[in-house]
Write a protein that binds this ligand. Sequence first.
Ligand code: 5AD
Length: 332
Amino acid sequence: MNLSSNELRHLLTTSDPAAIDALTAEARHVRDEVYGRRVFMRGLIEITNHCRNNCLYCGIRRDAHCRRYRLTPEQILDCCRIGHALGFRTFVLQGGEDAWFTDEVLCTLIRDIKRQYPDCAVTLSLGERGRDSFARLRDAGADRYLLRHETADRTHYGLLHPAEMSFDHRMQCLRDLRDLGFQVGAGFMVGSPHQTVDTLLEDLAFISDFRPEMVGIGPFIPADGTPFEHERAGSVELTLRLLAIIRLLHPHVLLPATTALGTLHPTGRERAVEAGANVVMPNLSPQDTRALYAIYNNKLSTGSEAAESLADLRLRMQAIGYEVPVDRGDFA
Ligand code: 5AD
């Protein structure tokens, strides 16, 4: 759908409940037309919280005094084995920018996963790398890559990141990933410090133009020990509104109901699905490392086993009329 910048500004700022209801109902309808009442699941494996970057918002930034861990390839394959038995057909390897995970280590791992589970998609979410590195990962069989752009406004980017990080390089990575044949995920935090309606309009313009196959958005949540620890959290309501707008702008997009939403609101993920989201990403990481992947405070991480939290999520989705199929859930 084509929405003018004035219409978008109105949708972002209106406090008319009828307008917001109409927006989410339309987003639901559009999602149902493209994907049906189906929510795809991805098994999230948080492979390392070591990170060379120092993003001002992130709880595992280089300067954070958090306990560091990394999973071995064997542990990661173990997570995949458990996940496959549970019906996951996409594995998302997510982590900080950790030099231990060289191209060689990752390529071997990707090949092992693809050999053992040829019916599965492998998604990587490991930050910025060089084009050659992305090319090797793609050749090894990786299907998708998530790299949030964080903000499409260059000045705003500079306020969220240290000077050594570059907006241009982030955007170049996204274009390289696209060129190399990855399904690409972009995205941003809602309510990050210094965000304005204008920077959000730039995010929406970027999404309409680049048309990433996936868009991950969730509320900003302060993380202890970071420069933004005393900033306010983003709004659940605005996040839901943005999910609905993104569904309308880009009907085929894969749109996760993120953990950050579930963290700020007990039924945040259900409400996201009712606003047009169609992906959930339950955690398949080993129980003892989940709490360490603390990118923000109070991150939702049940003490329960992967099987138990998946069963809970399935029930929650069924309760609002959605099924969670055993399916790779590719971009349609
Ligand atoms: N609150 C919400 N989301 C965060 N991220 C990082 N730190 C936070 C935070 N404090 C998001 C960023 C990043 C992804 C890994 O998690 O958008 O890309």
